[in-house]
Design a protein. Structure first.
Length: 295
């Protein structure tokens, strides 16, 4: 169990958090770092290089507190790097990230997860030897306030915690359509099911902000439709969703706001219909042939 908890911390784990639990930074107290009203996360001037590759070149964006924010762009545009910067997998070379009025730069991924930022990965990362239910339960265990010794010598709190986790795990598996497969080993699931399990595990951390990196990749049309409905359900639960996607039908259907990157730089942002008709976007992406995966 200890191994599981530590691994999940690295992946996306998180506690149940409340906005009241977020401590403002000194900057915030001075009034210089507060997010504008209605903005959950704001990035200012983010830069990230890998050796000579300038993956993100001065990106600033503001993610509204409600709804679905899509991040699109051609292969190699820097979308996954942005997700890694927002989730804390990478630290930026320059720039600030303000989340609920707190500057996250320097805050590691596990601590951001505890503040309410969860994610899934472009390349699926599950505990493949664990069951479907255990993958989700691992998310809950990360933030339960039960002394470790109660798991060794089961006490009332640990027993209650386990019962709560089982109940909530089942509820999340129902949400993603995997409840009938709870006992299956995660590694034996079909590809689309594994993507759904990643979302359930991220949701187990009770996020305020959920980052989905190409959740529709490899899904068939029925699964994409299910994903669309699932994202709708997540937003109705009050989760703000950032989705990186190449599936434009999905983006145009589900997104409230679309942000376009190209070559690590800002290209355009607006409502889906505005993005669809922008000549710069069409030239860079929508009208062009998708290049082979660069990352
Ligand atoms: N860890 C890394 N080390 C070195 N280069 C990297 C690393 N991560 C990303 N890059 C490079 O940074 C650039 C942006 O990559 P990134 O994965 O962010 O693009 P992307 O928009 O997510 O592309 P895709 O649509 O293919 O997933 C690419 O040139 C990529 O090769
Ligand atoms: Mg990517």
């Amino acid at each position: 169990m200890i191994t599981t908890v530590m691994n999940l911390d690295t992946l996306s784990g998180a506690p149940p958090r409340t906005d009241a639990g977020l401590r403002p930074t000194a900057d915030t107290q001075a009034g210089t770092a507060a997010n504008p009203p209605g903005i959950l996360l704001e990035a200012r001037g983010l830069r990230k290089s890998f050796g000579g590759v300038r993956a993100v070149r001065g990106i600033s964006l503001a993610i509204p507190a409600d709804g679905v924010f899509a991040l699109i762009g051609p292969n190699g545009a820097g979308k996954s790097t942005m997700m890694n910067l927002l989730s804390g997998a990478y630290q930026p070379n320059e720039g600030e990230i303000l989340f609920n009025g707190r500057n996250l730069v320097g805050t590691p991924a596990y601590a951001r997860a505890r503040l309410g930022i969860a994610r899934t990965f472009q390349s699926i990362r599950l505990f493949k030897q664990l069951s479907v239910a255990e993958n989700v339960m691992a998310g809950f265990y990360v933030h339960r306030d039960v002394p470790w010794w109660q798991y060794v010598f089961p006490g009332r709190r640990a027993r209650q915690n386990t019962a709560d986790c089982r109940r909530e795990t089942l509820e999340l598996l129902q949400l993603v359509g995997l409840d009938a497969l709870a006992a299956r080993r995660a590694g034996t699931l079909a590809y689309g099911q594994q993507r759904m399990l990643e979302i359930a595990r991220a949701m187990a951390t009770q996020p305020r902000l959920l980052l989905l990196d190409e959740p529709a990749a490899g899904l068939n049309s029925t699964e994409v439709q299910f994903l669309l409905e699932l994202i709708g359900k997540l937003r109705r639960r009050g989760v703000t969703v950032v989705v990186v996607e190449h599936n434009m039908d999905l983006v145009m259907t589900v997104a409230d706001h679309v942000f376009v990157m190209d070559h690590g730089e800002y290209l355009f942002q607006g409502k889906p219909h505005e993005v669809q008709t922008d000549e710069g976007v069409i030239a860079a992406y929508l009208g062009g042939q998708r290049k082979e995966a660069a990352a």
